[in-house]
Ligand binder design. Structure first.
Ligand code: SAM
Length: 240
């Protein structure tokens, strides 16, 4: 993993001003709203979000909101990233699968805690940019793959944790099948494409899946064989 020095902000503003904003973001947007896991807070305090947003909006990197990253997609609000990663209950060293790499930011946060992260992105240009950004930051324990992640990644399964950063009509069976015993999957699920419930599915020792509702969220759609069909996707404004 890269040293904090190696992960300094890009040369588009004073590095400590981004560092100060990042520290403030953790305190006011994340801690203050109840995220407590010290691993998640430390990871959010280390990863430079400004490196994952387009140059034109870099000054907004620590705003309390999702931001456009091109190709009609967004980098999620920092608080939601923290909530989803905390819900995975990572202790360190796990094998994690993320669906919806987008900018690569959440994968970078996951990589601070987990052993290895595989992240899948269906939009080729985003996958390529995420790969470049992660390489520039010397983050070496993330593999960015391009394709339909709604079917998961059988050749790297099982995973201790799976996080889906896009909303689907149900939890894909393929993803459930790729969870290790005791593994957790966190995903936005909704019968329409406008709003979802964030759910956590745990694979119990007896092979049963236990589902918990966590909170209401609004994500871009999961488009793929076990998500929404691309032809049915409706414009949804500016969700996560
Ligand atoms: N985690 C991202 C980050 O940190 O920037 C934000 C993800 S964005 C909210 C959701 C992403 O899911 C989009 O980039 C979208 O292209 C991607 N996506 C949607 N359906 C997908 C699928 N079936 N497989 C892989 N990626 C998908």
């Amino acid at each position: 993993m890269a040293s904090p020095e190696a992960r300094r902000s890009p040369a588009c503003g004073p590095a400590d001003s981004f560092a100060e904003r990042r520290a403030r973001m953790v305190e006011t947007q994340i801690c203050a709203r109840g995220v407590q896991d010290p691993r998640v807070l430390a990871a959010m305090a280390r990863v430079p979000r400004e490196a994952f947003v387009p140059e034109l909006t870099r000054q907004l990197a620590y705003d309390d909101s999702p931001l456009p990253i091109g190709c009609d997609q967004t980098i999620s609000q920092p608080y939601i990233v923290a909530v989803m990663i905390e819900a995975l209950q990572l202790k360190g060293g796990e094998r994690v699968l993320e669906i919806g790499a987008g900018s690569g930011y959440a994968a970078a946060v996951l990589a601070e805690i987990a052993g290895t992260v595989v992240t899948i992105e269906r939009v080729a240009a985003l996958a390529e940019r995420a790969r470049t950004t992660l390489a520039d930051l010397s983050i070496r324990n993330v593999e960015v793959r391009e394709g339909d992640g709604s079917r998961g990644c059988r050749e790297r399964a099982p995973f201790d944790a799976i996080v889906v950063a896009a909303g689907g009509p149900q939890v894909p069976d393929s993803l459930k099948a790729q969870l290790a015993t005791g593994g957790r999957l966190v995903m936005p699920v909704g019968a329409d494409q406008l709003t979802q419930k964030l759910v956590r599915v745990t694979r119990a020792a007896d092979g049963q899946f236990v589902t918990e509702d966590l909170t209401d969220v609004r994500f871009v759609p999961l488009i793929g064989a076990e998500g929404w069909s691309a032809a049915d996707v409706e414009p949804t404004g500016a969700p996560q």
